[in-house]
Write a protein that binds this ligand. Sequence first.
Ligand code: PLP
Length: 231
Amino acid sequence: MGLHDAGVPDIATNLAEVRARMVRAAADCGRDPGSIELIAVSKLQPEDRVAAALAAGHRLFGENRVQEAEARWAHRRADHPDLTLHLIGPLQTNKVRDAVALFDAIETVDRPKLVHALARGMAQSGRRPDCFLQVNTGAEPQKAGVAWAELDDLFRLAAGDCGLPVVGLMCIPPADDPPAPHFALLAEAAKRLGLPRLSMGMTGDFETAIHQGATQVRVGTAVFGERAPKR
Ligand SMILES: *Cc1c(COP(=O)(O)O)cnc(C)c1O
């Protein structure tokens, strides 16, 4: 974290450090670091930190909530046509239209009702954001994500019947579990389904995720510093 001003992290330095750690993790397991993207998770972060990330040249961001993301990013598209935005939080069907309009990828597709709503939203708008199926790998009752037992059916519905552009799988392992086995199972499932992309790994475990095949890591705190408490 930067030291130039108490409490204000040096975002450019943080980004460079996270990238360096990603390169080392890739090297450790013989992977091409160019095959792994850094999604900077900007949810609940103050504007000046987001502006600093943009000034440092970063263009790939993740947000949890549709409305917060709209307020933060919609007006920035004109100045930054190369922005790429991923939705990484739960999506309610009544927000699907807005989500399809704003995001380039939706990482939290986890139930048939949402698949149908996305298919309608994409047909109406002509926009086709990449879709990831989120798997509740730890079978946590309170957590979003499709159960393992229902993953194949959801995949067939989404990619087959509804024609969504499904490109990969995403997971958030249980906070108290070692994450590696969850990541390994997700990688195995993606391979079996022929899906090329794997969204896994956060500040605490992104190197482990890279070792297990992550093609994109979602890093908030290590890039931006601590978040404001949830509103
Ligand atoms: C908040 C969040 C992250 C980033 O978490 P950090 O621990 O701050 O890196 C990643 N993925 C999802 C789904 C999140 O909600």
